[in-house]
Design a protein around this ligand. Sequence first.
Ligand code: PLP
Length: 436
Amino acid sequence: MSALAPDSQYIHTDKIEGVPYQLLADKVPTPFYAYSATQIKTDFAELKRILPQGIDYFYSLKANPNKTLVALLHQAGTGCEVCSLVELEIALRQGVAPGDIIFVGPGKHINELTQCCLAGIKAVVVESIEEMHLLNDIAAGLGVVQNIALRINPDFTGEKAKLVMSGKPRQFGIDEQLLPQAFAVLGKLVQLRLAGIHIYLGTRILDWQALANNTQNILALAATLQQDYGIDLDFVDVGGGFGVRYFDKEKALDLAALGEALLPVVNNYRQRFPRCKIVIELGRFLIARAGIFVTRVNYLKPSRDEWFAVCDGGANCHGSAAGINSLIRRNFPMARLGPPRRNNDQHRYQVTGPLCTPTDLLGENVLLAELRSGDLIGIGHSGAYGASASPVSFLSFGHPAEVLVENDQAFLIRAADSVDTLLAPQVYQCLSLAHG
Ligand SMILES: Cc1ncc(COP(=O)(O)O)c(C=O)c1O
């Protein structure tokens, strides 16, 4: 029933759950994202079933902040990891208890820290000594004690991460060498309570052994700190960075092997620190496989000896598929959607979007069933870092629509931007400046 077979390059080309793509495209303007509710639930249930029991999972809203999806994951049992005021508000308005929210990020604004204190969230993950001072002052002003977690930039790096976030000079976290200073300062900041340790090593890791080693290294460092400083923690957030397979040569993460490898690591730690919870924060792994990006072929044109399928949505709505932020762009799983035609021969296409740049390339030399203008193309594994991580304002196309499908029902969960919604914030207002 699911939209995409888990961890497969295969796309169901006719339907998402019980709903034909063509029916959705009749109701919603292309391009759009469609998500399978069943697959979101199944992917999370599988993860919980296979990894050691008793781990707390936090959904990283940066992967996809749509409030309906946040609510769905929260109902399935995740907390929320947020990084901005709006992400915090999304979580709170979707009924996530403040005690199930952590706020992470190296550049938190005073307003964000204030809202965290007012809501009384589970922890502000502090990333510098200066931030600790600022948060303490804010908490003092509000007359509250705020829980924090120290984000540490450890001496070790993450194994096999595509984006390395530690072990070198980074804006993230407090360097391991600075911890004695940080603990000394923290001892004097009476409005802050140390509730946790947070270490995030990197993302898009597909190697179970690397993930197990990373977790082992993090828990070992946490244990040393707990012992050396005599601290009693509520939780250690060991990050995550679990990858999903996008490209032909990638191998899906072996969850069963990861679960087996993590069990002794987690059990050893728990024997020593039974009260301390282990937290994993994940975005991509919880949402990527459930989403498909649907774009329509507007024009088919030959150029020299190649065929271009020029679509109505490209890098502006799906920057990840176009390789924005990647060193090398490779093709996401892609297929022509809809019932097969009599002649199902494969043809080679350059799949592009509507932007005036050659980098607006969704698929290079992709083999697809023969296309006609008006056809729908689906890009799989697109639930994470889609529109929200794309330059949706470029050429003023705006944010595409989003649809959630469950069985044979479909719900619009975000309307596409319109001319009016795009133009409304553009104003011409005199700023009353006080001179002299
Ligand atoms: C601190 C932190 N947490 C969570 C995430 C989510 O990562 P992913 O979507 O790969 O799980 C990121 C991504 O960069 C991150 O920096």
